[in-house]
Design a protein around this ligand. Structure first.
Ligand code: PRT
Ligand code: ZN
Length: 291
């Protein structure tokens, strides 16, 4: 492996749920690299960046120890490893919840029923802290995979595992009773790297690109026509990004209003705009948003 000390280094998952979206995210912000199968390392052509492809479990420690300056990994892994790294940005994919789940037909219904029980998990550190914070005394059984089969085998009374769609729990007749940690992919950084002037400048440039892309994905650009008299109400409805662009229309007394609307309030805003008299609403995706 031919690492260049002048280049920034980032670790992403080699093979797994986060590898494709992490590679795609970097490519979407103009980072060009060869990601053919089986590679451990790639040098980027369009940014002073080297990419290391690793097992996700190793990423927090590699970043903590400065083997790489940056890493992209699930928050669940960062917290479980207890690595001393800076969590810079949540990246909006790989969402899941670390949940305590119990047999559907059992007598446990809340975390307080876990006292004295056995809980199987691959997250002993995060679960241990969760139980300690609530003064709950339970036995943690550490299992590295297929945690969901532990209650059926009478190895444990409950489990604590990652859930995304919930189908694994359902198949095993388990129900979630508590969320221990909400997780998604996070950009982490080595603490010395962000204190280093040259590296931090490269990190900040990369973050600006990533955040512009992520914000754009969460935003729609909305154009509408409306009677001039409705403008005050329309302005009140629009979530305050910046003031909207107002253009006069050929038809007297009518205006066009253009604005960006965040995805999470999109439908609510559209319905209220229609109610306020807006017509001919046109919605287009936003490619990048540099603020
Ligand atoms: O080989 P390597 O160690 O790199 O990969 P890995 O096998 O440890 O991790 P991988 O690729 O499975 O997951 C990488 C990251 O994706 C995790 O650390 C999480 O941050 C995130 N993620 C998001 C998930 C899930 N969703 C998820 N559902 N990781 C695992 N699961 C598993 C869960 O453990 C359970 O077995 O999927 C099952 C439940 O899924 P549902 O959809 O049935 O609820
Ligand atoms: Zn792993």
């Amino acid at each position: 492996m031919d690492l260049n000390n002048e280049n920034l280094k980032i670790a992403i998952q080699k093979k797994g749920r986060l590898s494709q979206p992490s590679g795609e995210l970097l490519k979407a912000v103009g980072i060009e690299f060869d990601s053919s199968d089986g590679r451990l390392f790639a040098r980027c052509r369009s940014y002073p960046l080297d990419i290391l492809f690793l097992r996700d479990d190793d990423i927090p420690e590699y970043v903590q120890d400065g083997v790489t300056d940056l890493g992209i990994v699930g928050l669940n892994v960062v917290e479980e490893k207890g690595a001393k790294v800076s969590k810079l940005d949540f990246l909006g994919y790989g969402e899941c919840e670390l949940c305590v789940a119990v047999p559907k037909q059992g007598e446990m219904h809340s975390v307080f029923d876990l006292r004295g029980k056995r809980i199987a998990t691959s997250y002993p550190r995060v679960l241990g802290k969760f139980l300690a914070d609530r003064g709950l005394d339970a036995r943690i059984i550490e299992i590295s995979g297929s945690v969901e089969i532990a209650p059926g085998l009478d190895v444990a009374d409950a489990i604590c595992d990652l859930v995304s769609t919930g189908s694994t729990l359902r198949i095993h007749d388990l129900v979630p009773i508590e969320v221990v940690l909400k997780s998604e992919a996070v950009l982490i950084a080595n603490q010395n790297s962000i204190a280093d002037t040259r590296k931090s400048e490269l990190i900040e440039r990369l973050r600006t690109r990533l955040l512009s892309h992520l914000q754009a994905k969460r935003t729609k650009y909305v154009m509408m026509n409306a009677p001039e008299g409705a403008l005050a109400t329309i302005k009140e409805i629009l979530p305050g990004m910046k003031s909207p662009t107002i253009l006069p229309l050929a038809e007297k007394g009518m205006i066009a209003v253009h604005t960006a609307v965040p995805e999470e309030v999109f439908w609510d805003v559209i319905e209220r705009l229609k109610g306020a008299g807006a017509t001919d609403l046109l919605v287009v995706p936003v490619e990048k948003m540099v603020v």
